[in-house]
Design a protein around this ligand. Structure first.
Ligand SMILES: *Cc1c(COP(=O)(O)O)cnc(C)c1O
Length: 403
């Protein structure tokens, strides 16, 4: 199939994003001449220290926090692990229950599972067919033993934005700490930790045009949480390890740019999303649109296709220079259907045909139109090879002839 554009079409921004060249520019000095250890007293160290503290202010500004409430980590996974295990273990005297949802990222789900082995009781609240958590379910699950409620801001697979303010209020009224995995929303939609009312929030630089391997955990003042990395006295003694100065500077610059440019990028990306969604529904039959119609990330398009394996579609898209994803990057590669789609009540055989496009600031209308030209042909090709599709077409034709 003749299908290549000159350049790769990248539509997997929920998986990772391309480093913004301006972020690289900001990082470069700290990878080269300004290589000092931020904990050392000589000028070279002080220079790095200053850069780290400037980044802390930039990150704090993006989410309405104080710089002293920002702790640098190695990314979203570490922030999630730290939030769950740190709060759980330092609140053991107070209670042993944790509430989270069935559609969290593996970084939260597996942290919760590991806490279960240490005697914690975890309640996994369900979601509706759109992927929404019902705050009422969180209220029902709360007991006087609940120490932490951890619900994601938006889901990475289907893009559903959770009613996190309501959930946080219920949890706080019940005396629990609130953690929000905001890895998908940071830099994409406005975030204010006071408005949300959370105590902890995870973010990751590489999901919003920063470098990989660096992130932050926001912790509201006076949150009781144990250390996660033991060692030196960095990050007020709460997260040891020599500062990843270039990475942290990159996270800071990505935060600064996001704050400046989010307002203009959001409507543009939303328009591309809607164009792609509309086109897919018009051009391909047997499509099931996944996620919430309105409470949704500006960049997420996710659907299931009858009679077509998601992975087969991905490979053919890749051959056409188009990067998309099936389920989440962590679960694709395994044959299990997505836990998110299953929690939304989608049958396993349909969940296997799921496809996700996540758009970013580099995407254009031309690219969306190109995908809309190529995708229907690919889907048709795969369906033509599927016995169940041929059965379906035969019975459809028989039906039409009979009526
Ligand atoms: C990507 C992602 C993570 C993990 O972040 P890393 O920085 O890649 O470790 C956690 N939660 C969500 C919702 C994500 O999308």
């Amino acid at each position: 199939m003749e299908c290549m554009m000159d350049e790769l079409i990248y539509m997997d921004h929920a998986g990772t994003t391309k480093l913004d060249p301006r972020v690289l520019d900001a990082m470069m000095p700290y990878l080269t001449q300004a290589f000092g250890n931020a904990s050392q007293l000589y000028a070279l160290g002080a220079q790095a220290k200053q850069a780290v503290e400037k980044a802390r202010e930039q990150v704090a500004a993006l989410i309405g926090a104080k710089p002293s409430e920002i702790f640098f980590t190695s990314g979203g996974t570490e922030s999630d692990n730290w939030a769950l295990s740190g709060v759980a273990h330092s609140s053991e005297q107070r209670g042993n229950q944790i509430i989270t949802s069935q559609i969290e990222h593996e970084a939260v789900l597996k942290s919760a599972k590991s806490l279960e082995k240490h005697g914690f009781r975890v309640t996994y609240v369900p979601v509706d067919e759109h992927g929404l958590v019902d705050p009422g379910d969180v209220r029902k699950a709360l007991t006087d033993q609940t120490v932490l409620v951890s619900i994601m801001h938006a889901n990475n697979e289907v893009g559903t934005i959770e009613p996190i303010k309501e959930i946080a209020k219920i949890a706080k009224d019940g005396g629990a700490y609130v953690h929000v995995d905001a890895v998908q929303t940071t830099g994409s939609i406005p975030i204010d930790v006071d408005e949300i009312g959370c105590d902890l929030l995870s973010m990751s630089a590489h999901k919003f045009y920063g470098p990989k391997g660096v992130g932050a955990l926001y912790m509201r003042r006076r949150t009781k949480i144990g250390t996660f990395m033991n060692g030196g006295g960095q990050e007020s003694g709460r997260r040891a390890g020599t500062h990843n100065t270039p990475g942290i500077v990159g996270l800071g610059e990505a935060s600064r740019l996001a704050q400046l440019e989010l307002g203009a990028a959001q409507p543009r990306i939303t328009a591309l999303r809607d164009r792609l969604t509309k086109g897919i529904i018009e051009k391909i039959d047997g499509v099931k649109y996944n996620g919430h119609p309105t409470e949704r990330l500006p960049n997420n398009v996710n659907f299931c296709l009858h009679w077509a394996e998601g992975e087969a579609i991905l490979l053919m898209l890749d051959a056409c220079g188009i990067c998309a994803s099936s389920g989440s990057a962590c679960t694709s590669g395994s044959l299990d259907p997505s836990h998110v789609l299953l929690a939304m009540g989608i049958p396993a055989e349909i969940a296997h045909g799921s496809l996700r496009f996540t758009l970013g600031k580099g995407n254009t209308e031309e690219e969306v139109d190109f995908v809309l030209e190529v995708l229907p042909k690919i889907v048709q090709r795969i369906r033509d090879m599927s016995p169940t599709y041929r059965e379906h077409k035969k019975s459809h034709a028989a039906h039409a002839a009979a009526s």
